[in-house]
Design a protein around this ligand. Structure first.
Ligand code: BES
Ligand code: ZN
Ligand code: ZN
Length: 491
């Protein structure tokens, strides 16, 4: 889809899209033809279209100076028109244009939308995301695509062009994350993810380290090695480094993602319906990669270290077993009493490695526990932290970009529940594992955090959904990406 700017409305067979606020009179709008305004006045008078959010009218216009068709889109009340409404409106435009199978459209942006052009355009891009790209119609290029969108606006050109650039960057990173999460593990496996990281580093000039199985053995990353033991492929630890802070010596923020390319549960095998979706258990790592796709392009002024712990929790004669005691990279010994609590085990090692960079703050992001879905459903990621400030900042950042979080507690007793009789800690709470599961998972990770300010984001309920937002599709959502990016931009 190509989007570009025009300085007047053109004639042709395409659709003219006009965005209308509920409370705006629009008697005369600079640049908008009288014919369109007359039509608008008429449908408003007849209450056929009021400009309420979600309102739309699609019709033919008989005028040789105008495009053949007109699509009016209601934006709702002006005072409610912020980030979310803008992105949703963009998605409504994109989905409507797709449903009427138009290959070309022209959108009129009134000046009042100046601050939200990027979100509207992002919504249009996101609405074109396809979840069935592996069907042969895509390889044969027989699928339908909007080819061209022209934007006609009275907003200053440089502002509008910047907004378009940002929208493209954001949507392409979100699409990238969604593809990684939606594709199955026979395609997105550990080598695939490591290779994507390599490409991102090369494209942006980031520092990168990728540790192979042998190197992980040498360094003693017993957690990642144990979880991956039954896989036919090597595990990897990927580290990406971005120096965007004015002061290059500024301590970085470490963002550490769980990258389990498939979680069978190991010998504590998952029942069928729970296993089917487990190719998405690398969503945390996908968010880390997605962030690195945009940090440089958006000129984020922070130093950031991204760590992805990549492994497969598979089954086989060589699989790690309940009661195994392993030694982690930090030296801590862990009694494995549940092979399905593998995310925290790989994250433990990844967090330990991140300490090498002396981070100012550490954020872990993972599809860690089914319990977070039970507690918060698909609307909120669970935020668990040893520091109120970083948690509040992340919650606030998430709220601003419609990527919501909600706090869950980290009580000393939950930490105690992770103590073991035979090792330093165990990876699951033995007797009451159905209580406070998300907090206890985080309590395990905290054992690897030194004195750092740390927040854990459990995206097991939000990374993947059957109830998408207007600008999402069923499946992967890229949750956590928007929250973290806003956090890096703002705090
Ligand atoms: N990958 C799962 C968590 C998960 C569940 C993600 C549902 C997405 C959707 C994780 O590795 C896991 O199996 N967690 C266990 C933890 C338990 C063994 C302490 C769980 O949630 O049951
Ligand atoms: Zn598991
Ligand atoms: Zn898992």
């Amino acid at each position: 889809m190509i989007i570009n700017f025009e300085n007047k409305i053109t004639t042709g067979k395409h659709v003219l899209v006009v965005l209308v606020f509920e409370d705006e009179a629009m008697k005369s709008v600079k640049g908008l033809p009288d014919k369109v305004l007359e039509f608008l006045a008429k449908v408003r008078a007849n209450k056929e279209f009021t400009g309420k959010k979600g309102d739309k009218i699609y019709t033919y216009i008989e005028d040789k100076n105008l495009p053949e068709k007109l699509l009016l889109i209601g934006l709702g009340k002006k005072e409610n028109f912020k980030y979310r409404a803008a992105k949703e409106s963009g998605a409504i435009i994109g989905k409507t244009l797709k449903s009427v199978k138009t290959k070309e459209a022209e959108i009129f942006f009134p000046v009042g939308l100046k601050n939200f052009i990027d979100e509207i355009l992002e919504g249009i891009f996101l609405s074109q995301y396809e979840t069935d790209k592996l069907k042969t119609k895509f390889t044969k290029k027989e699928d339908f695509k909007i080819e061209k969108i022209k934007i006609f606006t009275t907003v200053e050109k440089n502002i509008a062009e910047k907004a378009l650039e940002k929208a493209k960057i954001m949507a392409s990173a979100a699409d990238f994350i969604k593809d990684l999460v939606n594709y199955p593990s026979n395609i997105v496996d550990v080598p695939y993810l490591a290779n994507e990281a390599k490409k991102i580093a090369k494209e942006n000039g980031y520092g990168i380290e990728i540790f192979s199985e042998d190197e992980l053995k040498k360094m003693g990353a017993g957690g990642i090695l144990a979880v991956n033991q039954a896989s036919k492929k090597e595990p990897k630890l990927v580290v990406l480094k971005y120096n965007g802070a004015k002061n290059k010596k500024e301590k970085p923020i470490a963002i550490v993602g769980k990258g389990i390319v498939f979680d069978t549960g190991g010998l504590r095998i998952k029942p069928g319906q729970y296993m089917d979706e487990m190719h998405q258990d690398m969503a945390g790592a996908a968010v880390v990669l997605g962030l690195f796709k945009v940090l440089k392009k958006l000129n984020i002024q922070k130093n950031v270290v991204g760590v992805a712990a990549l492994a497969e929790n598979s089954l086989g004669g060589n699989a790690y077993k309940p009661s195994d005691i392993i030694t982690m990279l930090s030296g801590i010994t862990v009694e494995i009493n549940n092979t399905d609590a593998e995310g925290r085990v790989v994250l433990g090692d990844a967090v330990t490695y991140s300490l090498k960079y002396n981070p100012k703050k550490i954020i872990t992001i993972a599809t860690l526990t089914g319990a977070v879905y039970v507690a918060l459903g698909h609307k909120y990621s669970g935020l668990i932290s040893n520091d109120g400030k970083i948690r509040r900042e992340l919650l606030q950042a998430g709220k601003e970009v419609d990527d919501l979080g909600w706090p869950l507690p980290l009580h000393p007793e939950y930490k105690k529940a992770m103590e073991s009789k035979v090792a330093d800690i165990r990876n699951d709470d033995k007797d009451t594992s159905r209580s406070a599961g998300s907090s206890k998972g985080a309590a395990f990770i905290e054992k690897f955090i030194d004195k750092h300010d740390w927040c854990h984001i459990d995206i097991a309920g939000t990374a993947f959904t059957d109830i998408p937002k207007p600008y999402e599709s069923k499946g992967a959502t890229a949750s956590g990406f928007y929250m973290l990016l806003k956090f890096l931009e703002k705090y």
